[in-house]
Design a protein around this ligand. Structure first.
Ligand SMILES: [Zn+2]
Length: 426
C-alpha cells in the first residue's frame, strides 16, 4: 500500500537542527519518496491519511532493552541489587519456557508500539523468540543473543551457536543481528577478542553492558589493573560497538570511547532505580561521543516507554548538573532518533523524515490537554508527552497501530497468555 499523509505537521531534521513544517508526505513501498505538495506524483492509488492536528515524526529507537523480561515488571522492586538479580530475576529466567519468552516479547512490542517505539535493540536468552515475535509483529529490530563464557568455542559455544542459528534463519531488512557478550564480569577478555573476530567475519554489530556499577569497575581495576573501558579497548571490541550504561567512567574512559567510534546507550531510569548512579551525559556530549537512549528491561525500569525516558534524561541531567540548559529537548530527541540510526550504520535511512528514509513514523495527537497550547511542539515531546498521544504507528510503510488499535498483535490473546506466568512468578 502507498500512502499520502496530508494536513499534518512534520518533524524534520536538517542542518543539525529540528524544525516543524506543514506539508504532505508520500510513502511508496515502505519508503518516504517525497515531501511537499508534489503535483507530478500520480497519487490516485495512494491511500490518503488525514493527519490534521497531528505531529508526524520518526518512530523512536530504544537502543537497549531485554524484551523477554516483561514477566518481571514490578516483580522485584525496592530491594538491593544482589537480592534483585540472584534471588528474584535469575530464578524466574531459569523457569521461563520458550513460549513464555515469545509471549513476553509480544507484550513488550505492544507497549513499545503504543508509546511510539518502532525499533528496539535487544539482548535476549531464548533462541529465536525475539526474532520470531518481531517478524510477526512487524517490529524493526537489532537482536543479540546474550553470550557468556571464558572461551567462545568451549563453554560459550552453545549460546554462540544459537546466535548463529537465529542470524541465519531470521536475518532480513527488518531484523538485524548483533553479537552481545553480556559484561566483563561474565565474559573473559579472550572471549571479547574472539567475539570481535566473529563479528567482523559475519559483518554484524557488537553490543555489551559496560561500566554499569561501581563494583564492576573496582573489580576490573583489581583483577586487570585497568578500567572496563580500557580492558575492552585492548580486545578490539570497542571499535564501533554499542555500549549500554557507561555510568562509572574513570581516567580517560570517555576519550577512549570517542576514539574507538563506539556508541553509548544511556538508560537513566534503570541506572537510577538500581542505585547505580547517572552516566556523565554532559561529558559524553562535550567529547562528541554518539549518545543514544534505552529503557533497559522492564525489571529495572519498569516501562519500555521512550517518551518517559526522554523526559528523565533531560530532567536528571539538568538537576544533576544544576544547569537548566543541560540535555535540552533537541539533544534528547536526537539521541532517540538520529544518533540511533548512526550507531546502526543507517544514517539518513532511520530516525528521520527524509526522502529515501524508511517509513517508520508515529502520529501524535496534538489536540490533548497535556499538549495544549502548542507553543513549542519540540519541547512538548520531551517535557509534556507521555506516549499516550501516539495514536497511529507505521513501520516500514505498514500501520502496526491505527487509531490506538494494534493491527499485528492480538493484545487480548497476549494478555490472556501472560496470565500463565503465575506458574513461575512466586
Ligand atoms: Zn541490559
Amino acid at each position: 500500500m502507498n500512502y499520502k499523509i496530508e494536513n499534518g505537521k512534520l518533524l524534520i531534521y536538517e542542518n543539525d537542527d529540528f524544525k516543524i513544517i506543514e506539508d504532505d508526505l508520500y510513502i511508496t513501498d515502505g519508503e518516504i519518496t517525497s515531501i511537499g505538495k508534489n503535483a507530478s506524483i500520480d497519487d490516485s492509488d495512494f491511500e490518503k491519511i488525514n493527519a490534521a492536528d497531528h505531529l508526524v515524526m520518526p518512530g523512536l529507537i530504544n537502543m537497549h532493552t531485554h524484551a523477554y523480561m516483561t514477566p518481571l515488571r514490578n516483580y522485584a522492586d525496592d530491594v538491593d541489587f544482589a537480592e534483585w538479580l540472584f534471588n528474584r530475576v535469575n530464578p524466574v529466567e531459569d523457569n521461563m519456557a520458550v513460549e513464555d519468552a515469545y509471549t513476553a516479547n509480544l507484550l513488550a512490542f505492544a507497549e513499545m508500539i503504543m508509546s511510539g517505539t518502532t525499533m528496539y535493540a535487544d539482548m535476549h536468552m531464548f533462541r529465536c523468540q525475539s526474532a520470531k515475535a518481531a517478524k510477526e509483529a512487524g517490529m524493526r529490530a537489532l537482536i543479540g543473543r546474550g553470550l557468556v563464557g571464558d572461551d567462545l568455542y568451549t563453554d560459550g559455544y552453545r549460546r554462540f551457536k544459537e546466535a548463529l542459528d537465529e542470524l541465519e534463519e531470521y536475518s532480513s531488512d527488518m531484523i538485524r543481528f548483533s553479537f552481545a557478550p553480556h559484561a566483563i564480569y561474565t565474559c573473559s577478555p579472550k572471549f571479547y577478542e574472539q567475539i570481535t573476530k566473529e563479528a567482523d567475519k559475519y559483518g554484524v554489530l557488537k553490543q555489551t553492558h559496560l561500566s554499569e556499577g561501581i563494583i564492576e569497575v573496582s573489580d576490573s581495576l583489581e583483577k586487570y589493573g585497568k578500567t572496563p573501558v580500557a580492558l575492552l579497548k585492548e580486545t578490539g571490541f570497542l571499535d564501533n560497538a554499542i555500549l549500554a550504561h557507561c555510568v562509572q567512567m574513570r581516567d580517560n574512559d570517555i576519550e577512549i570511547i570517542k576514539e574507538c567510534g563506539a556508541t553509548v546507550v544511556t538508560n537513566p531510569a534503570s541506572n537510577a532505580k538500581l542505585g547505580n548512579g547517572f552516566a556523565p551525559v554532559n561529558e559524553f556530549l562535550e567529547a562528541g561521543v554518539n549518545l543514544c537512549l534505552g529503557t533497559d528491561g522492564t525489571s529495572s525500569n519498569n516501562t519500555l516507554n521512550m517518551f518517559r525516558e526522554m523526559g528523565l534524561l533531560s530532567l536528571i541531567h539538568k538537576g544533576l548538573n544544576k544547569d537548566s540548559t543541560a540535555a535540552p529537548a533537541k539533544t534528547v530527541i536526537k539521541a532517540a532518533t538520529i544518533n540511533a540510526a548512526k550507531a546502526l550504520g543507517m544514517e539518513g535511512k532511520l530516525g528521520i523524515i527524509k526522502e529515501g528514509a524508511k517509513a517508520d513514523l508515529i502520529f501524535l495527537d496534538l489536540k490533548l490537554p497535556n499538549m495544549f497550547p502548542a507553543n513549542n511542539i519540540i519541547s512538548s515531546l520531551c517535557y509534556s508527552a507521555n506516549g499516550s498521544e501516539v495514536d497511529s504507528v507505521m513501520i516500514n510503510g505498514k500501520f502496526v497501530m491505527k487509531d490506538r488499535v494494534l493491527t499485528t498483535i492480538d493484545l487480548e490473546k497476549v494478555l490472556n497468555d501472560s496470565s500463565k506466568w503465575s506458574r513461575f512468578l512466586k
